[in-house]
Write a protein that binds this ligand. Structure first.
Ligand SMILES: NC(=O)c1ccc[n+]([C@@H]2O[C@H](COP(=O)([O-])OP(=O)(O)OC[C@H]3O[C@@H](n4cnc5c(N)ncnc54)[C@H](OP(=O)(O)O)[C@@H]3O)[C@@H](O)[C@H]2O)c1
Length: 254
């Protein structure tokens, strides 16, 4: 069986860690967990995740705020780990600043979210483009986005005061759609993972109260995300115009 290679950013905790754990339990998978700090306890603990036969975990540093980390990681993986292709590239790393209505939005935190949530995915895509192209399976570029980035849904989500986060995820969705239409060999889509009880999901509860409590555990969300990634094809993305998928595959308006 040929090896399937998956790279996930922000894999040290939350949804990213659960996605990595699910792939590792499949035989013949190479799971590349990209983290900000390879020596942090959460990163080190990744090595004890259960692995199926012929599957392995590689840990690599990618800080989404860095202009060079993604390129350096691609170079290191090729030169030192003999990685010759990436089959699925998942831009999961993200930050969310809550309670920022448009009229008081802080420019510093706005820029940070644009840097991590948008440019982080841009730098990742650029750095791993040739490795994705080298995939003999159907290569996939997946962005973990958010319903909050849906412009069509702002009439429902607008009261949450997430102007900067929402704008960053809207830009991410746009970028992913462009990658789909520019590359006829690539499956590219954005996925909303649901509301999830991760560290950042739990901050939402502190800010907005119980109504904001995550619908899913990280594992439940990751199971849905991985199922979607398994099933998504160039044709299915085309049917919803390179759009944004909800956790159970429903199409969320851009
Ligand atoms: N939780 C939800 O309800 C929800 C809903 C919709 C969308 N999402 C999206 O799902 C994705 C994962 O979120 P989560 O809920 O799992 O959040 P989380 O538990 O807070 O984890 C965030 C992850 O992103 C990483 N990260 C943050 N800044 C980074 C940077 N500069 N460079 C590299 N990695 C960075 C973190 O790494 P460190 O450990 O180094 O900080 C961590 O692994 C995000 O894109 C988020 O916007 C989440």
């Amino acid at each position: 069986m040929s090896t399937t290679t998956v790279l996930i950013t922000g894999a040290g905790r939350g949804i990213g860690e659960s996605i990595a754990a699910i792939y590792l339990q499949r035989p013949s998978y190479t799971v590349i967990a990209a983290v900000r700090d390879v020596t942090s306890p959460s990163s080190v603990e990744l090595s004890s995740l259960p692995k199926a036969a012929d599957s392995k975990l590689l840990l690599i540093k990618i800080d989404s705020a860095s202009d060079t980390d993604a390129q350096d990681a691609a170079h290191t993986l090729k030169q030192e780990q003999e990685i010759e292709h990436i089959d699925t590239l998942i831009a999961n790393a993200g930050i969310c600043v809550y309670n920022e209505p448009a009229h008081t939005v802080d420019l510093k935190t706005f820029r940070e979210q644009l840097e991590v949530n948008v440019l982080g995915a841009v730098k990742l895509f650029k750095a791993f483009y040739e490795l994705l192209r080298s995939s003999q399976k159907q290569p996939k570029f997946i962005a973990i986005s958010s319903l909050i980035g849906s412009t069509g849904m702002v009439r429902f989500t607008g009261k949450h005061n997430l102007a900067s986060y929402g704008t960053s995820k809207a830009a991410l969705n746009h970028f992913v759609r462009r990658t789909y239409y520019e590359n006829d060999w690539l499956v590219a889509t954005a996925i909303h993972p649901g509301t999830v009880s991760t560290d950042s999901g739990n901050v939402a509860v502190e800010v907005y109260g119980e109504a904001a409590r995550g619908e899913y555990t990280p594992h439940q969300s990751a199971e849905r995300v991985v199922r979607l990634i398994d099933g998504v094809t160039r044709e299915s993305v085309g049917e919803h115009d390179g759009g944004l998928l909800g956790p159970d595959g429903g199409k969320i308006p851009f």
